[in-house]
Design a protein around this ligand. Structure first.
Ligand SMILES: Cc1cc2nc3c(=O)[nH]c(=O)nc-3n(C[C@H](O)[C@H](O)[C@H](O)COP(=O)(O)OP(=O)(O)OC[C@H]3O[C@@H](n4cnc5c(N)ncnc54)[C@H](O)[C@@H]3O)c2cc1C
Length: 217
């Protein structure tokens, strides 16, 4: 299936739909947190998870003790979203005020990875979140591997919605004597890293790694 499946066709504000796979990859590669849905005893839950894209899959991991992860591994259909907030849109009216965003939604069924494939997935997730770290940090032990479940969701059926541009005010508000004098525009929102802070038990003579100093967001 593709972006244009009937289930993932954007009906509300379809002009904001983006169907290029390259753009989807850009959004997935820019985000750090995904939300994965699972139904638990008729209660829908959206789990925030760290994730990474590996070619045509989105990878995420959790505890083998997690009931919710086990449900996903057992083949429960899921929806994974990644949301990047790019700005607050101030229109003249409260109704037209909105947000700039890039929002990806994937539908499908996750499968559990094992062996070297799982190890590569763990490396991919670590390197997506902490580029440069995998080669320096201690590798997962057998016990840690046993405690970890790594899932793969194929990038098969997806949608991407992008909201950008000026506020879309009611034309009557723009020329209104009162409302037309209200400031309108966009306040960009950006995610950024602060300066690295040393752990209390990290000796002072260990320098902050160059790869960490190079992180920009
Ligand atoms: C940061 C942010 C804030 C938002 N705030 C609001 C809000 O306050 N109120 C509001 O009504 N809407 C808001 N939206 C938009 C909202 O996510 C839905 O797109 C919108 O409500 C339309 O819903 P619908 O059921 O009519 O979608 P439809 O267009 O009928 O959905 C059909 C299909 O389109 C796809 N789709 C729908 N929405 C999205 C999406 N956001 N990203 C990717 N694919 C999508 C899915 O595959 C879905 O199955 C916000 C979106 C973002 C990212």
């Amino acid at each position: 299936m593709s972006a244009m499946s009937e289930r993932t066709r954007i009906r509300r504000l379809p002009a904001k739909a983006v169907t290029e796979r390259l753009e989807l990859d850009r959004v997935l590669d820019a985000g750090l947190v995904a939300h994965v849905t699972v139904i638990d005893h008729d209660v829908p839950l959206a789990l925030p998870v760290a994730y990474a894209r590996r070619h045509d899959e989105v990878l995420f991991h959790g505890s083998t003790g997690s009931r919710l992860f086990r449900r996903l591994a057992d083949g429960e259909p899921t929806c994974l979203t990644v949301t990047l907030l790019d700005g607050l849109v101030l229109a003249r009216s409260a109704f037209e005020s909105s947000m700039h965003y890039r929002s990806a939604m994937l539908l499908g069924t996750a499968t559990r990875l094992s062996g070297d494939d799982e190890l590569d997935a763990l490396r991919t997730i670590t390197e997506h979140l902490l580029p440069g770290r995998w080669q320096e940090c201690r590798q997962p032990s057998a016990k840690e591997r046993t405690a970890t479940m790594t899932l793969s969701l194929p990038i098969d059926e997806w949608s991407l919605k992008v909201s950008e541009g000026d506020p879309e005010d009611d034309p009557a508000d723009v020329i209104d004597d009162t409302y037309g004098r209200i400031w309108a525009g966009v306040v960009p929102v950006q995610e950024s890293f602060g300066p690295p802070r040393r752990a209390v038990d990290c000796p002072d003579d260990i320098p902050t790694p160059a790869y960490v100093q190079g992180w920009r967001r």
